[in-house]
Ligand binder design. Structure first.
Ligand SMILES: *[C@@H]1O[C@H](CO)[C@@H](O)[C@H](O)[C@H]1NC(C)=O
Ligand SMILES: *[C@@H]1O[C@H](CO)[C@@H](O)[C@H](O)[C@H]1NC(C)=O
Ligand SMILES: *[C@@H]1O[C@H](CO)[C@@H](O)[C@H](O)[C@H]1NC(C)=O
Ligand SMILES: *[C@@H]1O[C@H](CO)[C@@H](O)[C@H](O)[C@H]1NC(C)=O
Ligand SMILES: *[C@@H]1O[C@H](CO)[C@@H](O)[C@H](O)[C@H]1NC(C)=O
Length: 768
């Protein structure tokens, strides 16, 4: 027992001795050899020699003392490793830290502007390694050098990142080359002092991500970097220095910002519960963060498709390679005005000018007076918007945020300002109108259903007694049996309301004729601008066809796919459209596709997935073989039609009326199997083309038109295929059933009622 007590006592003594040897300083007499470390007073950080994993090189660095995963935050000799463990760090009388190798040559040293009397080096709990000059009385010491001034890839709390304008010192982050190699990698994060200062992540010399200018609250391009429950950011810009730093609200949290080897600036915290580092934020966040993603005068919003859109008053231009935008109305200088934009990341300030003392109103006057001034904004919006920031060049690298307090005033021709402002004042009206349009469309649908129901009832009564039963009746009655439930759930409208909404069913409001009646639009509300009312005309008209560039075509395909997916799987009843074709896809002025004409649509209840009809109705070129021959239809028939549409959209050619020996499907199949499928692509869009995306689209198209319905993917798979990069299965032979087979084959028991060379919906009566 005594022995045990003695042992415990002995251990305690050893521990005390160990603690006593944990020094946090280095002086001129006590160098640090490889294998020795110094530890900050609170045991947060350690300084010593280390090798990164998979590396033989020895480096002098600073890491977290208590974290089991060695995490290095600073390195002295990142570009000049020691080759063995004979390295030694000395503090010499001048006050310089020198790192010596085996033959005593200096491979790294610190710097100082003046020589010291009693220099001492000290590792602080912040991770900062400092050299101070004291005197023998231990009075306040002068700072000679600090490791915080020479960051590697890690930005710690209380550290300054930025420039000292007097000494020229530039503190910036640069990534490690690889995770095993701390030498300077290709990414850097530093302040750009041209124009209004802004932090930029660069790859080499190329801008990759811009935080945007500080507006008193946050960087305009990184709303995630602002005061929160974890840290407080401080941005200082004056005659002497420009820097950013941050403080932790809870000082006991271990937190670091790292410019990773892949160029992402990453926020990482230590999780004491799990004993791992947890990443909680990183920039760039999305594609729209990449510098100048959209070109000049365009805003990028990842939630839009396509993400790039011109700012109001600007239109797409071919002049800009990045697909930027130019003014719709050119400036006239003295007749110009300013239009206010909200929620935008402020454009690149590289060629901007600023003055903190000017009010926003004076800023406006100043910008108005100089004809080359293109925009202005307040510098500080933390309280009242104050200060003046003006741009003199094209406005580039603008991201759109859903919420932001930042406003920018962009110079526009006076007429343009008026036009846009009057349009904006109608915006709330338009929102109201949208609701009404939807109600109108719904009500017309209901009206048509009611009419169908009534007509059908009357027709049935009239038919009573007569033995003759048309196939059409069978068809229509099924629709109603399942359709009734829908009708009950939909809001009902008085005939009088619909009558007034359609201007008493005036011919002007008639959009077209569906299988069950006429379709009207509501007065005052343009569903579609007349000149762009429907997709087929884009194919027919060469000039319009050019308007459909590759991103638009992709957009249309995706839109139709989502529409069909909704009909097939997301709506309450499975709906098979049965007549999907270019002519039944309407494009609105923003080129959003809308599937229309549900005249032939059939809804399936419960688990029903397939049906047969003797009355084959559809459009040649879009109908799958099993439907034409057996009258069998299912969601897979729509998938077939969709596949045809894809190929048509990509090629700009119609399946029927295709100029070649074989039809479009056969042509596409042949080129695909020969590995030359990009030849299908419509000539004028080849420039704007993403080759691999085009090949993928054609591939998906061919999967949709496979002969056997079971082989065709469901619309949900199609949507997935279109949106992901997953590997696609090989397509099998397409359903190459053409009207030539149909008409020419005399043994076929199919006869046709109407036949026309255009894309008319036809009705085929089977004589089985
Ligand atoms: C301290 O080291 C620096 C750099 O190697 C050297 O220039 C200087 O002369 C040294 N001073 C003394 C007193 O050794
Ligand atoms: C010290 O060693 C390095 C290589 O390890 C060599 O390049 C250098 O010339 C040597 N210097 C002296 C003074 O021997
Ligand atoms: C960075 O790493 C790459 C390959 O990983 C290597 O080729 C290159 O030389 C390294 N650069 C430096 C400066 O060590
Ligand atoms: C600060 O963080 C530590 C470690 O996560 C936690 O244990 C402590 O409760 C926090 N303190 C406050 C005041 O939030
Ligand atoms: C407009 O501003 C630019 C950039 O600051 C300046 O070079 C130019 O002289 C100014 N023009 C006038 C008329 O003030």
């Amino acid at each position: 027992m005594e022995g045990f007590t003695l042992l415990l006592f002995g251990l305690a003594v050893l521990k005390t001795i160990a603690a006593a040897t944990l020094r946090d300083t280095i002086n001129t007499l006590q160098p640090i050899n490889d294998g020795q470390i110094i530890v900050s007073a609170g045991e947060v950080f350690a300084l010593g020699f280390f090798s990164p994993s998979n590396s033989k090189g020895r480096y002098l660095g600073i890491w977290y003392y208590k974290i089991p995963i060695q995490t290095v935050v600073w390195i002295a000799n990142r570009d000049n490793p020691l080759t063995d463990s004979s390295g030694v760090l000395k503090l010499n009388e001048t006050g310089l830290l020198v790192l010596l190798n085996h033959n005593k040559s200096v491979i790294w040293s610190s710097s100082t502007t003046r020589s010291a009397h009693y220099p001492i080096g000290k590792l602080l709990n912040s991770g900062n390694f400092i050299v101070q000059d004291g005197n023998n009385n231990n009075e306040p010491k002068d700072l000679l050098w600090q490791s915080f001034d020479y960051p590697v890839d890690t930005f710690l709390p209380q550290q300054k990142l930025g420039r000292n304008l007097i000494t020229g010192l530039n503190r910036y982050l640069s990534s490690w080359n690889t995770s095993d190699d701390p030498s300077r990698g290709k990414y850097s994060h530093q302040i750009d002092t041209a124009g209004y200062p802004q932090f930029v992540i660069r790859e080499g010399t190329v801008k990759r991500f811009r935080f945007g200018s500080w507006n008193g609250i946050q960087f305009s391009g990184a709303p995630q970097v602002k005061q929160n429950s974890i840290f407080r950011f401080i941005f200082v810009s004056n005659e002497e220095e420009i820097y950013v730093k941050y403080d932790l609200i809870n000082k006991s949290v271990l937190h670091r910002l790292v410019l990773a080897t892949d160029g992402f600036l990453t926020g990482i915290s230590w999780s004491y519960e799990e004993n791992v580092w947890r990443e909680f934020a990183r920039v760039p966040v999305d594609d729209c963060d990449y510098y100048e993603k959209c070109g000049a005068h365009a805003k990028c919003n990842i939630n839009n498709f396509p993400p790039c859109n011109c700012l109001e008053g600007f239109v797409h231009s071919r002049q800009y390679t990045n697909g930027g935008c130019v003014r719709r109305t050119s400036l006239s200088c003295y007749g110009d005005g300013f239009l206010k934009f909200s929620g935008l990341k402020l454009p690149d300030t590289e060629r901007s000018w600023f003055d903190r003392s000017i009010s926003l109103e004076d800023c406006r006057i100043l910008c108005m007076k100089n004809c080359s001034c293109t925009a202005y904004a307040a510098l500080d919006i933390s309280k009242e918007p104050t200060g003046c920031l003006v741009w003199f060049n094209d406005l580039i690298d603008i991201k759109e945020f859903t919420e932001s307090d930042q406003d920018i005033y962009i110079r526009m021709a006076g007429t343009e300002v008026e036009a846009i402002q009057s349009m904006q004042s109608h915006k709330s009206n338009i929102r109201k109108q949208k609701t009404i349009i939807i109600s109108c469309v719904l009500s017309i649908g209901i009206l048509l259903l009611c009419l169908t129901f009534i007509i059908h009832r009357q027709w049935r009564t009239r038919q009573k007694g007569r033995k003759m039963k048309s196939d059409l009746e069978e068809d229509a009655s099924v629709t109603n049996e399942h359709g009734n439930e829908d009708v009950v759930e939909l809001p009902m409208f008085d005939l009088s309301i619909i009558r007034s909404a359609t201007n008493n069913f005036t011919l002007e409001n008639k959009l077209g004729e569906g299988g069950f009646g006429s379709v009207y639009k509501c007065s005052n509300f343009r569903i579609l601008p007349e000149k762009e009312s429907n997709m087929a005309t884009f194919f027919a008209d060469e000039k319009k066809s050019v308007l459909l560039d590759w991103p638009r075509r992709l957009h249309i395909v995706n839109g139709i796919a989502r529409g069909l997916l909704y009909l097939h799987e997301d709506s309450r009843h499975r709906i098979v459209h049965r007549d999907l074709k270019a002519g039944n896809v309407l494009l609105d002025c923003e080129m959003n596709p809308k599937i229309s004409d549900f005249g032939l649509a059939r809804s399936f209840g419960g688990n029903e997935t397939e049906a047969n009809t003797k009355h084959v109705v559809g459009t040649y070129g879009y109908m799958p073989p099993e439907y034409i021959i057996d009258g069998a239809y299912s969601t897979k028939s729509d998938v077939f039609s969709f596949g045809v549409l894809i190929l048509e959209i990509v090629s700009g050619k119609k399946n029927r009326g295709f100029g070649h020996q074989d039809n479009l499907l056969a042509h596409a199949w042949r080129l695909f199997t020969e590995g030359k499928c990009t030849e299908i692509v419509y000539a004028t869009i080849r420039d704007s083309l993403n080759l691999s995306a085009a090949v993928r689209l054609i591939h998906v198209g061919l999967l949709c038109v496979q002969l056997c319905p079971d082989d065709r993917p469901s619309m949900s798979s199609v949507v997935l295929m279109l949106s992901s990069e997953s590997t696609l299965p090989q397509p099998k032979l397409p359903g190459l059933f053409t009207t030539r087979n149909l008409v020419g084959d005399s043994s076929s028991s199919v006869s046709y009622q109407q036949y026309s060379n255009n894309d008319m919906t036809v009705s085929i009566m089977s004589a089985r």
